[in-house]
Design a binder for this molecule. Sequence first.
Ligand SMILES: [Zn+2]
Ligand SMILES: [Zn+2]
Length: 342
Amino acid sequence: MQAIVKDNRAPGLKVTSVPKPSPGPGEVLIAVRHAGVCGTDLHIADWDAWAQGRIKPPVVIGHEFAGEIAALGDGVTGLRKGQLVTAEGHIVCGHCLQCRTGNSHICKNTRIIGVDRDGAFAEYIVMPTTNVLTLSGIPTEVGAIMDPMGNAFHTVLTADIPGSTVLVVGCGPIGCFAVGIARAAGATKVIASDVNPKRLALAATMGAHVTINAATDDVVKTVIAETGGEGADVVCEMSGVPSALHQAFAAVRMGGRIQLLGLPKGDVPINFADEIIFKGITLYGVIGRKMYETWHQMRRFLTGGQFDPRPVITHKFPLAQIDEALTAIRSGDAGKVILEIA
Ligand SMILES: [Zn+2]
Ligand SMILES: [Zn+2]
């Protein structure tokens, strides 16, 4: 089968033929139809310091996908051939303290498809049935991005949203999803900031009431003015940019909450007294998707017609054009980029 492989310890990816996997007991074989390309894939292609420490070539990359069940391994019940599915890409141990207390998204033994084991940029992938979710009528191009969309659902829905003012800092694909989810979940006012006008336009399409270009306008002053002098009840920090993090702390209201998803590249100096303690705020670190609470909430928002992520999908490429897909992401102007595999 055709696959995109990280085949050596140097920059670059290879589109090549690899053996088709077969499902073991408790696993299913999935024919991939659509797959999402994300920053993680870019890190692996570029062979940056994180990739050098984590990836053991050769490995099929890709962790966001949806497709059709093509075969069942021994003992599989509750799923059938031909069903359209997606899957949680974090394969967890099931026995650590976190797994056994309902917090598998922070399992200390997590293995990620397309990172620690073969992934989804291929014609077929094998997944444990525990991780498989049926699409229930959701199209596979949407199913393919339920992983990053799930990060946005996790970020937004673990805060108190109905009737709240929400600031989304950073309007990449996950930030744009967060804008639409906050609207769907009943936020009174959604404000979005970024430095890129194309991304701000996408945030407006997804329902932001107010967009702020942080390169030219004062984010904190605008948020204070737009929230009756209080600051935002909830801030979703999706950028990881140090200056934006400080804006998040300054723009959240006293006693508000900051959901932290964006990953800063290095250390960020924080004034704990003024930025956190004296404001009485709560910080929440978002990693992955709650397993499987986030997935069930997301599937209901999608099948119920409350939230449509499709405007965020700006580019589609065939599997062989992974380099073009990565170039689109590098430009900084793209929304979500997906591969059409079958
Ligand atoms: Zn991803
Ligand atoms: Zn675990």
